[in-house]
Design a protein around this ligand. Structure first.
Ligand code: ZN
Length: 415
């Protein structure tokens, strides 16, 4: 099979294996993810015998170059529940096609090239992101092995790792059998999950950083349930008004930051009143909501958090309400490697391939490798209809635009 036919064959077969109308289900340490790993490992055996599976079930297939140092091309193979076929999978398949190219041309590259298939990136199965990449680097917090429960089975991560046939005890001891000291670069090709490349008709995104975040998942505002007709303005304690004011104020703040070229995204959601107590004839005494704030800079996140709290205090006074933000969760921003950004920019320019320099709004495994200290980069592939849904669509043509840059840069010793 030529590269195009083989790429289609890989995408189609994984889709078939993990099909769950509508879309696909590749559940972390479950049937869909296990079968996908098994199938791709079998395919990789056509091109290399050097395939290692780590204690948490990630695979690393290496095509040896002149140097032991590796360019690791990888992404995750789990999916959302009824997600799309391309999220994660596209990056692993691109790595396989790169290895196939070198194998068939009988070229020994300067650096070794490795493909990594990563477990458990999505946080919909266990309420935690990047499980597989943290395990691969021997960095998984062992307490979480027992405390994290899978959303559908309510069984622990420890249980599921064992059930899938891997060594949860070694994961618990932070052991890894990957030769991490030889990881020279980590490259994650991935579909773009927003609309930018598709809208601008640009085939390639070169990613500068992955946004980190802080979140209040269970915030609420308390006021008082008061008669809607009989309570004058000054006597109200309306939590709908209070939270709406906060949303509006933070939206204005966000726009101001964008004008100053600050990288920031603010989203409020799960905005609801208490169904049991609230009705149209009362002002609302309770609104539950969540807020998700993202940026590629820790400093900007810190200031945004302070601003949020300051605005809440003012609104509480104005509306006679009280906000409770609850537990904060966060993730660290990660910067992509400047040298790699320049290299891919240069190579794309020389080949007249259009690209967009952009930050990644979504979290990715590359952030774990970058924060570990391995120079990392993401290449975004143009994709239609967003992501995390069955309609996500990356054409094979767009896939090969990204492939041309990645494989070409390696073949021509740019990296
Ligand atoms: Zn993904």
């Amino acid at each position: 099979m030529n590269n195009l036919q083989y790429t289609k064959y890989l995408f189609d077969n994984v889709k078939k294996i993990s099909f769950a109308d509508p879309g696909v289900i590749r559940d972390t340490y479950g049937r869909g993810e296990n079968l996908t790993h098994k199938f791709l490992i079998k395919e990789l055996k056509n091109f290399t015998k050097n395939i290692i599976i780590d204690f948490g079930g990630n695979f690393l297939a290496t095509y040896e170059g002149k140097s032991k140092k590796k360019i690791v091309i990888g992404s995750h193979l789990d999916s959302q529940k009824h997600g799309g076929n391309f999220d994660g999978l596209a990056g692993v398949i691109m790595g396989i096609i790169v290895i196939k190219f070198f194998y068939e041309k009988k070229i020994t590259p300067k650096n070794s090239i490795a493909v990594m298939g990563i477990r458990g990136e999505e946080s919909c199965w266990f309420p935690y992101s990047y499980i597989g990449s943290k395990i691969a680097l021997g960095q998984f917090d062992k307490k979480l092995l027992h405390s994290l429960k899978r959303s559908d089975t309510n069984k622990s991560l420890y249980y599921h790792i064992k059930k899938a046939g891997f060594n949860a005890d070694k994961v618990s001891n932070n052991e890894t059998n990957f030769d991490i000291s030889n990881f020279k670069y980590f490259i994650e090709p991935h579909i773009e999950q927003g609309p930018v490349l598709e809208k601008k008709k640009i085939p390639l995104g070169i990613v500068t950083g992955i946004r980190g975040s802080f979140r209040y998942r269970d915030a609420f505002c308390k006021g008082d349930y008061l008669h809607s007709g009989a309570t004058p303005f000054d006597y109200r304690k309306d939590s709908v008004v209070a939270v709406s004011m906060l949303v509006n104020e933070m939206n204005i703040y966000w726009k101001k930051q964008l004008k100053k070229n600050k990288d920031l995204v603010i989203t409020f959601g799960q905005f609801f009143t208490d169904k049991k107590e609230h009705s149209f004839a009362k002002s609302s005494g309770l609104v539950n909501f969540c807020v998700d704030v993202r940026s590629s800079s820790n400093k900007i996140l810190e200031i945004a958090n302070k601003t949020l709290i300051k605005k809440i205090k003012l609104i509480e006074k104005k509306t006679n309400t009280k906000f409770y933000l609850g537990k904060q969760t966060n993730s660290q921003p990660a910067l992509m490697d400047k040298k790699l950004i320049k290299i891919f920019q240069k190579y794309s320019k020389e080949r007249s391939i259009k690209f967009e320099i952009m930050a990644s709004g979504a979290g990715h495994d590359a952030s774990v490798f970058a924060n570990y200290g391995i120079p990392s980069i993401m290449l975004f592939i143009r994709n239609k209809n967003g992501s995390h849904n069955p309609k996500e669509y990356m054409s094979i043509k767009q896939f090969f635009e990204g492939y041309k840059v990645l494989c070409g840069a390696i073949e021509n010793n740019y990296i």
